[in-house]
Ligand binder design. Structure first.
Ligand code: FAD
Length: 482
C-alpha cells in the first residue's frame, strides 16, 4: 500500500479526520489527503467558493480541542456570537437559543488546517479529481481519478479510504462492495441554499433584522419556502446573509403567490427588504475573494444508515451529516472527524480494516451525535408543511423553556406544554398542528431508542434497518396527512 490512510477531499471534515488519525496514532500512520483544488483554494466546495453560513457552536470546536488538541483561533474565527435567535413569520415571537458560537472564515480555515496538518506529517496531493475507488475482491484498496496538472490517470492505494468529498461524492455514489451504505438521497431531503458575504452601512436599528451579537433566523414560507433565511453577523457592519429552500415547497409557494422566483431572486429580495442593512455590497476583502456569493446544496436528513464498508468510511456531507433541522453540518463534521481517528487506528492496529473492523465508527458517531437525527428529520418534514400562521401561532404558544433548551442542544423538543394545554385552541389548522407536534415527539422517542440500539455487528444491521424504515415510512405517511 502507498499509505495507511487516504482521505478523499481536503475540506473541513477531511482535514479534521486526517488530524485525528494522526493524533491517535502518535503520527505513526502515513496519511495522504487528496483534493481536486490547488493548495491555495483547498476546501473550496464549488466554483462559487466555500459556500456556507459560516456559523458553528463553540461547544463543537471545544469537543475537537479537548479530544485531539486541535484549536481554531483568528483569522479562521472571524467573529464571536452569543447564540441564535429564531423569529416567527409575524415577527411577534423571537426565541433566543443561548450558547456561544463562532462565525468562521471558511476560505481561511482550510489554510490553517493545511499548515497544521503539514506540521504533523500529513501528506497532500492537490489538483486531483477523484472519480472512483480501487478494489481487490470485496476490499477497497485505494482511489483513482485524474491528475489535472500532469493530465494523467491518478491511482493511490491505502488500507483505509475516508471519503470526505462532500454531498455530491462520486465515491459513495459508485460504491460497489456494500449493500448497507445508501448511495443516493431522496431529492426532498436536499435544500438549495445560497448566501452573500456583504459589508453594509447601518440602517434602522432593529435587532430583529441585524444583531451583531446573535445569529438571526427568519422562519417564513414566503421568504424561504421549506427552509429558513438567515442574517449572521460577521462584525458590526459585515454579514453572511442567505437562505435555503426545498424545491417542491418553492414551487408551491410560487403557485400560491403567482410568482416565478428562484433561489437567487429570493436571496436578493431578502437582502433588499432588510432595513437595518443599508447600501449592502459584496465583500471585496482578500479573505473573501472568490467567496462573496454562491449557492450550493445541503442535505437535511439523518446520516447514512451505514457509514462503513470494507476499507471504506464516509464522513461529513458525504455521509449526509448536517442537522436536519437547520442544515448545520460543521458541528457534526467536527464530531465525526474528531472520533474517526480512533476507530481507524484501532482497525489498522488490529489488522482488520473490513466492514467489521471499521463498524464501531457507526456506533460511536450515533452515540455522540447521530442518535437524534432521524427524529429531527421527521420534525423538519412536519415544519415544512406548516403555514406562516401555524408557525407564528406554534412559536408563540407551544414552546416551553424545556423545548427551547432541547432545541439549543440540537435535540427534538418533547412539547411538554402540549400535554398540559387547557386553553381553547383557535382554528382547525392549529389543532392539526398540535396533533402533528405530539406525533413527531412520539416518533422521536421511538427513533432515539432505536438508534441507541444500533447493531454492534454488521449481521444485525438488516433487521435494524427494516424496523427503522418501517417507522420512517409510517411517519412520512402520517405527516403528509396533517
Ligand atoms: C449555503 C450553505 C450554508 C450553510 N451554512 C452552515 C452553517 O452556518 N453552519 C453549519 O454548521 N453548516 C452550514 N452548512 C453546511 C456546511 O457548510 C457543510 O456541512 C460542511 O462544509 C461540510 O464539510 P465537508 O468537509 O463534509 O464537505 P465540503 O465542505 O463540501 O468539502 C468537500 C471537499 O472535497 C473536495 N472534493 C469534492 N469532490 C472531489 C473529488 N471528486 N475529488 C477530489 N476532491 C473533491 C472539495 O473540493 C472540498 O475540498 C451550509 C451549507 C451551505 C451550502
Amino acid at each position: 500500500m502507498d499509505y495507511d490512510v487516504i482521505v478523499a477531499g481536503g475540506g473541513l471534515a477531511g482535514m479534521i479526520a486526517a488530524q485525528s488519525a494522526s493524533y491517535y496514532s502518535n503520527q505513526r500512520l502515513s496519511i495522504l489527503i487528496v483534493d481536486r483544488n490547488q493548495q491555495l483554494s483547498v476546501g473550496k466546495k464549488t466554483i462559487n467558493g466555500w459556500v456556507c453560513g459560516d456559523a458553528v457552536s463553540k461547544e463543537a470546536v471545544d469537543f475537537m480541542e479537548g479530544r485531539i488538541k486541535v484549536s481554531w483561533n483568528k483569522p479562521e474565527i472571524e467573529h464571536r456570537v452569543k447564540g441564535v435567535i429564531a423569529l416567527s413569520p409575524d415577527k411577534e415571537t423571537s426565541i433566543k437559543f443561548d450558547g456561544a458560537g463562532y462565525m468562521l472564515n471558511r476560505k481561511q480555515l482550510p489554510q490553517t488546517q493545511y499548515e497544521y496538518s503539514k506540521k504533523h506529517g500529513i501528506n497532500f496531493n492537490f489538483g486531483i479529481n477523484l472519480t472512483d475507488l480501487l478494489y481487490e475482491d470485496q476490499q477497497v484498496i485505494g482511489v483513482c481519478g485524474y491528475d489535472t496538472k500532469s493530465r494523467s490517470i491518478y491511482k493511490k492505494t491505502a488500507n483505509v479510504v475516508i471519503d470526505a468529498t462532500g454531498v455530491t461524492s462520486p465515491l459513495r455514489n459508485g460504491i460497489k462492495n456494500t449493500d448497507k451504505m445508501e448511495k443516493k438521497i431522496n431529492k426532498n431531503d436536499i435544500e438549495s441554499t445560497g448566501r452573500h458575504i456583504m459589508y453594509f452601512d447601518k440602517g434602522e436599528k432593529d435587532l430583529r433584522e441585524f444583531d451583531s451579537e446573535y445569529c438571526l433566523i427568519h422562519l417564513d414560507q414566503d421568504i424561504a419556502p421549506g427552509g429558513y433565511a438567515w442574517v449572521f453577523p460577521k462584525g458590526e457592519n459585515k454579514v453572511n446573509i442567505g437562505l435555503g429552500v426545498e424545491k417542491s415547497f418553492l414551487e408551491m409557494r410560487n403557485k400560491r403567490l403567482h410568482k416565478h422566483d428562484n433561489l437567487a431572486s429570493l436571496i436578493n429580495q431578502y437582502v433588499k427588504r432588510n432595513k437595518s442593512i443599508k447600501n449592502p455590497r459584496l465583500s471585496e476583502s482578500p479573505s473573501d475573494r472568490s467567496n462573496a456569493t454562491g449557492t450550493w446544496q445541503v442535505s437535511v436528513r439523518r446520516q447514512n444508515d451505514c457509514m462503513v464498508s470494507n476499507g471504506f468510511i464516509i464522513i461529513g456531507d458525504s455521509a449526509w451529516m448536517p442537522k436536519p433541522l437547520d442544515a448545520g453540518g460543521i458541528g457534526p463534521a467536527i464530531i465525526a472527524g474528531t472520533i474517526i481517528g480512533k476507530n481507524i487506528v484501532e482497525a489498522i492496529e488490529s489488522r482488520d480494516t473490513t466492514e467489521k473492523g471499521l463498524w464501531r465508527y457507526n456506533a460511536d458517531f450515533i452515540k455522540e451525535y447521530g442518535y437524534k437525527t432521524a427524529g429531527l428529520e421527521i420534525f423538519r418534514r412536519l415544519l415544512q408543511t406548516l403555514t406562516n400562521e401555524q408557525i407564528s401561532y406554534g412559536m408563540k404558544n407551544f414552546l416551553g423553556s424545556s423545548d427551547i433548551e432541547a432545541i439549543s442542544n440540537g435535540k427534538h423538543p418533547d412539547f411538554s406544554v402540549l400535554q398540559k394545554i387547557n386553553v381553547i385552541i383557535k382554528g382547525v389548522l392549529n389543532k392539526r398542528l398540535i396533533n402533528g407536534l405530539r406525533f413527531t415527539a412520539k416518533q422521536n422517542k421511538w427513533l432515539t431508542d432505536h438508534y441507541n440500539n444500533y447493531p454492534t455487528v454488521p449481521d444485525e444491521f438488516y433487521e435494524w434497518k427494516k424496523q427503522l424504515h418501517k417507522k420512517l415510512d409510517e411517519s412520512y405517511m402520517t405527516i403528509s396527512k396533517y
